[in-house]
Each structure stands twice: as structure tokens, then as C-alpha cells.
Design a protein around this ligand. Structure first.
Ligand SMILES: Nc1ncnc2c1ncn2[C@@H]1O[C@H](COP(=O)(O)OP(=O)(O)OP(=O)(O)O)[C@@H](O)[C@H]1O
Ligand SMILES: [Mg+2]
Length: 224
């Protein structure tokens, strides 16, 4: 059985009396352990797709299934609990908290979950080392480069040991070498931690380097 499925999902936005159909009958199965890239033009709906897949946003119609169970049939509190436990997000903007250090930012989701502080900080430090930032743990986001901030955001997305990692253009504003470094990290995390990952990118070369490739166009997802 697929780990994550979306079935006949529709999603539209309504703004100023106009309707924008973003996802039009999208169905897709994602198996445990897959590493998937998604490409598509700006405005095609990639962020919308990731948000629905990650239960941040409900579809207008259709279902999101995790382990065969319909996620949006749960109540809001249960969905939030499920999301915290299962999904790690790296957002298109990194959303690090400016007044906290890299280490504190990475540990934050665990502290919010009231996990013990000492092991949470220890794991946060280990993750920062894994993304090559062992020497930057005490830097605040304003004292990091763009690529370093994205790596902190990646470490933060992993701190609760999610089954699924959804990354929305984690290399968006980075030079090609730094971008390739982030993609290599995603491959390592997928292989070493067994995390299922979907990565949105505008970089065709990086997209092609992933074992499975998806394209979003005209509201539909196809294998690329
Ligand atoms: N809250 C909203 N209200 C109205 N329209 C929206 C809203 N969010 C997104 N849209 C529209 O939906 C479409 C899809 O947006 P989305 O952010 O999913 O695109 P994207 O593929 O991630 O683009 P990009 O590559 O630029 O990040 C766009 O045309 C956008 O203008
Ligand atoms: Mg986007």
C-alpha cells in the first residue's frame, strides 16, 4: 500500500470574484522511501500541491490518504497532531525565527512538543552537524548566508523525525553549487534516515537527478 496518496483532488482559490482552478483532479501514490522531485512553471500550483499533500490546506474535493487512512476525515486538532508527528516542511521562505540561534530554531519544534530539552538540543546539534553547520549553531538567521539558513530550515524540518519531508524550493535563491549541496543532503537524508521526500525545484538538472520526477502543469500532475 502507498504511504501517501492523493485521490481526485481539486483545489481552487477565489479572489475578488474570480476563481483560479489550481489542482484539477490530481491523483498520485507515493511509496515509503521514495525521493521525488516536482517541477512546473511559476504559478502552476506546486506550493498548493505540497500544502494539500502535507495537510496544511484542505482540498475542495478529493482525499489525502496516509497509510490508507483519510487524513481530512479527522478533526482539526487530530490533523494538526498528525502533521506534527508525520510531516516535516521546508518552506519556500525559510521562516526561521530571527531572535533565536540556529540551534534554538532547529530544536524549537521539539520544545513546542514539550520533548525533554537535553536530548532535543543534542539531536538538533547532530542535525546541524549533518547539514554542515556544526560551527554555526550559535548564529542567528541574520548572521547566516542564504544557503546556511536553508540548511538550518532543513535541519528543523527533521527534528521531529518525520516519515515525510516536503521541501518547497529549498534551493530557490542559492547559487548552483550550494543548491546541489542541499539536494545531496536531501538524498542523504532520504537514504540514511529512510525519509520519504518530495522536493519542488525550478532547477531541471537537480530535478532530473532524483529517482522519480513529477511535473505539475494545467492543474495536473504527470510523471516527468
Ligand atoms: N491564497 C491565495 N488566494 C488566491 N490565489 C492564490 C492564493 N495562493 C496562490 N494563489 C494562486 O494560485 C496559483 C498557484 O500558486 P502556487 O503558489 O501554488 O504556485 P507555485 O507553482 O508554487 O509557484 P512558484 O513557482 O512561483 O512558487 C497562482 O496562480 C497563485 O496566484
Ligand atoms: Mg511555490
Amino acid at each position: 500500500m502507498a504511504l501517501l496518496s492523493i485521490r481526485n483532488v481539486f483545489k481552487s482559490y477565489f479572489l475578488h470574484g474570480k476563481r483560479i482552478d489550481v489542482l484539477r483532479d490530481v491523483s498520485l501514490d507515493i511509496n515509503a522511501g521514495e525521493l521525488i522531485s516536482m517541477i512546473g512553471a511559476s504559478g502552476a500550483g506546486k506550493s498548493t500541491f505540497l500544502h494539500v499533500l502535507g495537510t496544511l490546506d484542505a482540498p475542495a474535493a478529493g482525499e489525502v490518504l496516509f497509510d490508507g487512512k483519510s487524513v481530512f476525515s479527522m478533526n482539526d486538532a487530530e490533523i494538526a497532531e498528525f502533521r506534527n508527528r508525520t510531516i516535516g516542511f521546508v518552506f519556500q521562505s525559510h521562516y526561521l525565527l530571527p531572535e533565536f540561534t540556529a540551534l534554538e530554531n532547529v530544536a524549537m519544534p521539539a520544545l513546542i512538543q514539550r520533548k525533554d530539552r537535553t536530548p532535543s538540543y543534542a539531536y538538533a546539534r547532530e542535525l546541524l552537524e549533518r547539514v554542515g553547520l556544526g560551527s554555526r549553531v550559535d548564529h542567528r538567521p541574520g548572521e547566516l548566508s542564504g544557503g546556511e539558513a536553508q540548511r538550518v530550515a532543513l535541519a528543523r524540518a527533521l527534528v521531529l523525525k518525520p516519515a515525510v519531508l516536503l521541501a518547497d524550493e529549498p534551493t530557490g535563491n542559492l547559487d548552483p553549487t550550494t543548491g546541489e549541496g542541499i539536494h545531496q543532503l536531501l538524498r542523504d537524508v532520504n537514504r540514511d534516515l529512510g525519509i520519504t521526500a518530495v522536493v519542488v525545484t525550478h532547477n531541471e538538472t537537480l530535478a532530473r537527478s532524483m529517482p522519480r520526477r513529477l511535473r505539475l502543469a494545467g492543474g495536473q500532475v504527470s510523471e516527468a
